[in-house]
Design a protein around this ligand. Structure first.
Ligand code: PLP
Length: 397
């Protein structure tokens, strides 16, 4: 019954989800407190109180037909205006409501952007390791994902290598900053280097090449790390933002896409993203959550719990002899597997009730991802299991 394409996609379907389901099974068998599930990027920090207060206030004060009705596919204009104003205050940009299209999270935003720009056969460049769902999103519109190999050991983009992956079919480059799965944050210098390669290739091939900045982790940064705002460096930039991680609202499916006026054919692109939102079947982003987002555009994002976990995990694992990339943002730690076969290492960790995701799910075999958006106790209680694994490989002399 089902299509050959989705048959293949099911086969390759997200290892992360499979691990999450495995976690639920193990929790039933051994008790939740004895299973260390680091598989899914599901925030454990509750949404700020102001979010729940906004929900109640909106339900009490706004007209029901407005809250629950259809609207412009791009979203409520006043919500988009509030978001634009907040971006302008924070990043010194010059957006208004016409530059914002509300989306059903980052996943909905990415699909709307790709639907708007891709012709079948177009290529989209990503840097490995990358969020595995990009392959499905690009395939949804007949595009081809082109992977720049990982720049070990620091996972910062190497402009020379990056330049080799462009062809006349390159339509877009996706940057995910702060990065899932490495926790690395590209600096202004990294971004300028990437942009200069794109400019050069655009001139060489005489084509339009967009930058897509997928940034659901923008506010989740540590030690004052800055995340450059990409529309300021390259005018053909889409920003894809989500409240899933910053406000801990992944189930609510709310985010937005930014389309700057400086973008080539900006008016058509805005119309295309808005129409794509409709015809992909989202129609518009969830209405109540749009109103909630508008009330919380400047809500303070609490990163202290993640930061505490980050430090405990990084110090714990490196103390046990594991090689880790020190995370600067998001809530993931990328650790080198002590053996080349990352899947076998994940199986060994599973025997200690520790659930990790193999780096191969992100186009980077030989590593594993640890999502530390869990309780601090989970981190502390998992360390003896990691110690056993370290012992197996004789990592501490
Ligand atoms: N992009 C990246 C890099 C992610 O890590 C995720 C979720 O984990 C998404 C997009 C999808 O986010 P959302 O839940 O907002 O659709």
């Amino acid at each position: 019954m089902i299509s050959e394409i989705i048959k293949d996609q099911i086969k390759k379907s997200s290892v992360i989800r499979q691990m999450f389901e495995e976690g639920a099974r193990l929790a039933k068998q051994y008790g939740k407190e004895n299973v260390f599930d680091f598989s899914l990027g599901n925030p454990n920090v509750p949404a700020p109180d102001s979010v729940n207060e906004s929900v109640k206030k909106i339900l009490d004060t706004e007209e029901s037909v407005k809250i629950h009705g259809y609207m412009n596919n791009a979203g409520f204009p006043e919500v988009r205006k509030k978001i634009a104003d907040s971006l302008n205050r924070r990043f010194n940009t010059g957006f208004d409501e016409t530059n914002i299209c509300m989306s059903t999270g980052a996943a909905g935003g990415m699909n709307a952007i790709l639907k708007a720009i891709l012709n079948p056969g177009d290529e989209v460049i990503v840097f490995a390791p990358y969020f595995g769902e990009y392959a499905n999103y690009v395939a949804n519109f007949g595009g081809t994902l082109v992977t720049v190999p990982p720049a070990l050991p620091e996972f910062r983009p190497d402009p020379e290598i990056f330049g080799e992956y462009f062809t006349e079919k390159t339509k877009a480059v996706i940057i995910n900053n702060p990065n899932n799965p490495t926790g690395v944050v590209y600096s202004e210098e990294d971004i300028k280097a990437i942009v200069s390669v794109i400019e050069e290739k655009k001139a060489q091939f005489g084509t339009d090449i967009c930058l897509i900045s997928d940034e659901p982790y923008r506010e989740l940064v540590y030690d004052g790390t800055e995340v450059p705002y990409l529309t300021k460096y390259y005018s053909d930039t889409f920003v894809c933002y989500s409240y899933s991680k910053s406000l801990s609202l992944p189930g609510e499916r709310i985010g937005y896409v930014v389309i700057p006026d400086e973008m080539t054919d900006a008016k058509d692109v805005k119309a295309a993203v808005s129409l794509a939102t409709r015809i992909l079947g989202f129609v518009n982003a969830p209405s109540l959550m749009q109103l909630v987002a508008a009330e919380n555009v400047d809500a303070e994002v609490n990163v202290s719990a993640y930061d505490k976990n980050r430090k405990a995990l990084y110090e714990g694992l490196t103390g046990l002899g594991f090689e880790c990339v020190e995370p600067e943002g998001a809530f993931y730690l990328f650790m080198k597997s002590p053996i080349d076969d990352d899947k076998t290492f994940c199986d060994m960790a599973k025997a200690e009730n520790i659930l990790l995701v193999p780096g191969s799910a992100f186009g980077c075999p030989g590593y594993v991802r640890i999502a530390y958006c869990v309780s601090y106790e989970t981190i502390v209680r998992s360390l003896p299991g990691f110690e056993k694994l370290s012992g197996v490989f004789g990592l501490v002399q």
